[in-house]
Design a protein around this ligand. Structure first.
Ligand SMILES: *Cc1c(COP(=O)(O)O)cnc(C)c1O
Length: 460
């Protein structure tokens, strides 16, 4: 190992005082702003007033704010962050050694809290602002269960009721996730359910469906707008969530700057895009302002390839078509992906911010197959001592691929990736992998066309 490497510790910790005082809003530095949410009835941009029927007021302001680069983090939120942040930035010396690569690999680990993922970073502000507004409770959907867990933790801390619609396939595969949520006082309903109009309609149309995030969203929104004192909150995709997740990137950049490290490649898995968007935000800001250059890579499952094979268009956000329309890379709100084991990456659409950045050529995207992802997960677990979530392992896959390219070329690139969480609740998936029962599912063009056919034909 080169001498200068030895100065960098395995784990770069920041102190409590170095928890960022502000979130960084990358939209402020984007020349082409993400397209606004549209009212599906009038096709006009959603006003703050309209959005306030569904979301908390402060969060609506953050959703619509394309101007302010820095948004202060209230002290109450920083106090909660102190329980599990700053999260460590790890130099993957052991993985480098194992791969025999000249590349320097770093990962920012967001799995060191009970929710087991980065989702708590946004659950805390969302619950805080709901409480501040005097609401009784919030409703939401959850896929793999990480978001529901994070939200129930935040709601119990701030004293809010929490109703979670959980995608049925996960509800059945991950009963322990459900119990964690109930431990924090949340009520959990498998979706689609017969507790909402939209759920009953979907059950009638597709009996035996394993559900999807798009469908669970419709149910959660319906319950929020029909119960006074309730609002709907969402764990990814929205601008406000990506903003909250910038805490990951700002901490990472502070830690790297301390040691004079500059990443060449920054990699993250992309479900709705909030973790990746949050990790890259301050670096992307530099790129947008022309101060520095980085290669950004979004990694998605081959079974749900919204960036690599989707369309950049205005589309509905949910299956029941109750939400505003958003312009982003999408597979169509009717697309129900094969039940992959990375539940957190099964959403049909990508964040409007990341979609715009990708469309404008600031970011790349790659789709990877499930078995290859688990090979990388196992390789990583065996040397780095962390059992990664299947979602996070998408980023590990591409980080290893890039490190192996460096081995061929002899380049000493610095690779940074987001390790979004741990995989303790994903052992059914690991079991399938170990027993050789895991398959790769890649939708055909025909399969995708069915989803595209449901994208509204408006020219905007
Ligand atoms: C939800 C989740 C993801 C996907 O995150 P997005 O911000 O929606 O892209 C990735 N990893 C883990 C562990 C998750 O829980």
């Amino acid at each position: 190992m080169a001498n200068n490497n030895q100065k960098i510790p395995y784990k770069i910790y920041l102190s409590e005082n170095e928890i960022p005082a502000s979130w960084y809003n990358v939209r402020a530095d984007m020349k082409n702003k993400p397209a606004p949410l549209l009212n599906p009835g009038t096709l006009q941009p959603m006003t703050a007033e309209e959005l306030s029927a569904v979301f908390c007021e402060d969060l609506v302001a953050q959703e619509l704010d394309n101007e302010h680069a820095y948004i202060p983090i209230p002290q109450e939120i920083r106090d909660f962050y102190k329980m599990y942040r700053p999260s460590p930035l790890v130099r993957a010396y052991c993985l480098e050694e194992k791969l025999q690569t000249p590349a320097h690999i770093y990962y920012k680990f967001e799995g060191n809290n009970t929710s087991g993922s980065h989702k708590l970073n946004s659950a805390v502000p969302q619950a805080y602002y709901a409480k501040k507004q005097g609401l009784k409770g919030v409703t939401t959907e959850t896929g793999a269960g990480q978001w529901g867990t994070a939200l129930s933790m935040a709601c119990s801390y701030f004293g809010l009721d929490c109703k979670v619609y959980m995608v049925k396939v996960s509800y059945e595969q991950k009963p322990f996730r459900r119990e964690v949520m109930r431990t924090y006082g949340a009520s959990v309903v498998p979706s689609p359910s017969d507790t909402t109009n939209v759920g009953r309609k979907i059950l009638e149309q597709f009996p035996g469906t394993t559900g999807s995030l798009g469908c669970a969203i419709s149910e959660a929104v319906e319950v929020a707008v029909s119960n006074p004192g309730y609002r709907y909150v969402l764990g990814s995709v929205l601008n406000q969530v990506l903003l909250h997740q910038s805490v990951i990137g700002v901490e990472t950049k502070t830690a790297m700057d301390k040691y004079g490290i500059k990443p060449d490649i920054i990699i993250g898995c992309a479900g709705g895009g909030s973790n990746l968007g949050g990790l890259i935000s301050p670096f992307m800001g530099q790129k947008l302002r022309g101060e520095a250059d980085y290669q950004f890579i979004a990694v998605e499952p081959a079974s749900c390839p919204s960036l690599t094979r989707g369309k950049f268009a205005y589309d509905f956000c949910d299956t029941g078509l109750v939400c505003p329309m958003a312009k982003r890379y999408t597979l169509g709100s009717g697309f129900i992906p094969a039940p992959t084991h990375a539940g957190g990456l099964r959403y049909h659409g990508m964040s409007s911010i990341l979609s715009q950045l990708y469309h404008d050529g600031y970011m790349e995207a790659r789709a990877v197959e499930q078995t290859k992802v688990f090979e990388a997960a196992e390789q990583f677990a065996r040397v780095e001592g962390i059992l990664p979530a299947p979602e996070s392992s998408h980023a590990i896959r591409v980080a290893i691929d890039e490190a192996m390219k460096c081995k061929e070329t002899g380049e000493e690139k610095t690779i940074l990736f987001g390790l979004t969480g741990t995989g303790y609740f994903d052992m059914v998936a690991y079991e399938k992998f170990h027993d050789g029962l895991m398959t790769d599912y890649i939708p055909t063009d025909e399969d995708l066309q069915k989803g595209f056919d449901g994208i509204p034909k408006i020219d905007l």
